[in-house]
Write a protein that binds this ligand. Structure first.
Ligand code: SAH
Length: 467
């Protein structure tokens, strides 16, 4: 993280932070070392850099007593590379006096708003770039949150959950540091093992003067306190006691709105979701199953359409299902919603009666993950045994791979094959004839005159209608 000011003489930043601009200082944390230094220190502009080097082994040890997590993820994770809640903790420690707003040498300056610019090159941002705007803008920051692609080489994989965040504004330094201390963990995806009753105290102290009046105070508390309803209620009650205007109870929906992305140019996966969604609406399907639902992005979208009265998702990966459950907030759903939405674990190559009884089934970007030798089994399970009224299949069009810069193999390392348009046509025609469906094919994504569209879609409808 870097923090810069242009308030002259800018080198006074050293007084405010209680760190001399000429020195490089290293501070030990239980999870690594943090180095404070000044890449530039002139009268006109002064920048302090906080560099945290997380030691994964130390991190795992410091946590081991609090968590029963013995997995490799303890050692292999993004903590060394991203501005996480760990950075917030390190920053809070190293700049603790500055956070308190005390500065004997320059008290007046410490009390004043000054021009500040903060840059976090890689910040996990749960809920996308929008949430960074939503959290920082009400505090007077101009926010520039640039989503970082998952992989530069594969633009249609979309964005990662990281953004490059740049904040600029006229803010009191102590407020800026306290806001980061609270909001970095709020944006971060990771769990907070360190929660205890004193977390509420910390939140109250750091939130003084800005938190209670924040339009998203509920969301901030829920996330900061890791959805511990108990702690959140305690914190809200205490804020209310402080005479601040907080009357709303915990609002489970607060997070929901965030998940509707602002309209930008749609990524291919968004276009795919939109196309399949439209087809399901046109088919007038009421019950839908998303086979190989992955982390539930498409289910999340279906839930918004009241036309769908029963929605299910299945996948062979329990990890994906866990993420899907989290994304859909299955644990916090109303009774009505949880009667409407279900997730289950299963392989598509084995018959399972839970696949049956749906107006429509979706196989979105799934068939190409199945070994060619097992594909016949999947066809039988879906079209022969479950027999939904309609099946919507999407899969890559290999011909378009020529348009992906630098792509040599397939679009995803787990793909077992990728079909040309002819191969997909042959496959879908054969399946339709074998199982008594009529099939129609469409393209999804930008059409290239000779190569077709990057995604191909087939819509199967069971002959004789009767679902
Ligand atoms: N449909 C989602 C996910 C596509 S990725 C989307 O469009 O975003 C492919 C998914 O298929 C993965 O989640 C993978 O776990 C699942 N999958 C692969 N083989 C499977 C099988 N035999 N049975 C069930 N799911 C399978």
């Amino acid at each position: 993280m870097t923090l810069a000011t242009t308030h002259e003489p800018a080198t006074d930043l050293g007084f405010l932070l209680h760190k001399h601009p000429d020195r490089v200082q290293v501070f030990q944390q239980s999870f690594g070392n943090v180095t404070v230094f000044y890449p530039e220190a002139t009268e006109a502009r002064c920048t302090v850099a906080l560099m945290l080097e997380v030691d994964p082994v130390r991190l795992a040890r410091s946590r081991a007593k609090n968590t029963p997590d013995f997995s490799l993820a303890q050692y292999v994770n993004d903590r060394s590379y991203a501005a996480s809640s760990l950075l917030a903790v390190a920053m809070a420690d190293v700049f603790s006096t500055a956070r308190s707003g005390r500065c004997d040498a320059r008290q007046e300056l410490a009390d004043s708003v000054i021009p500040l610019e903060i840059v976090l090159p890689v910040l996990p941002c749960r809920g996308g770039a929008d949430i960074a705007h939503r959290l920082f803008e009400p505090l007077g920051w101009v926010v520039d949150a640039e989503p970082i692609p998952l992989d530069d080489a594969f633009p249609d994989w979309g964005h990662s959950r990281y953004v490059r965040l740049r904040l600029s504004g006229l803010v009191r330094l102590a407020d800026a540091l306290n806001q980061l201390y609270v909001l970095l963990p709020v944006l971060d995806e990771s769990k907070h093992y360190w929660q205890g009753p004193d977390e509420v105290d910390k939140l109250m102290r750091s939130g003084q003067g800005w938190l209670a009046s924040h339009p998203d105070v509920n969301l901030i508390m829920q996330r900061y306190l890791g959805r511990h309803g108990e702690l959140t209620r305690a914190a809200l009650a205490r804020l209310a006691e402080l005479g601040d205007d907080v009357e709303e109870a915990i609002e489970p929906a607060a997070d929901e709105e965030l998940r509707q992305p602002k309209q930008q140019r749609l990524s291919l996966s968004q276009e795919r979701h939109e196309a399949v969604h439209r087809v399901l609406l046109d088919l007038r399907a009421r019950s839908v199953i998303d086979l190989g639902c992955g982390t539930g992005q498409f289910l999340d979208r279906l839930i918004m359409s009241p036309q769908f009265t029963r929605i299910a998702g299945s996948d062979v990966s329990t990890r994906s299902l866990r993420n899907a459950a989290r994304r859909l907030h299955l644990d916090r759903m109303s009774e009505r919603q949880s009667a409407r939405v279900s997730l289950f674990h299963g392989a598509l190559t084995y018959e399972d009666e839970r696949y049956a009884g749906f107006d429509a089934a979706v196989l979105m970007e799934v068939v190409e993950h199945v070994d060619p030798s097992r594909l016949v089994a999947l066809e039988h399970v879906v079209f022969g045994a479950a027999q939904p009224g309609a099946v919507v299949v999407t899969t890559p069009n290999r011909e378009c791979n020529a348009l992906y810069d630098g792509l040599v193999g397939m679009r995803h390392p787990d793909h077992r094959f990728e079909w040309t348009r002819q191969e997909f046509a042959d496959w879908s025609d054969r399946v339709a004839v074998t199982y008594g469906y009529v099939v129609e094919r469409r393209g999804v994504g930008d059409l290239d005159a000779t190569l077709g569209t990057p995604t191909q879609m087939a819509i199967f409808e069971r002959k004789g209608g009767g679902r």
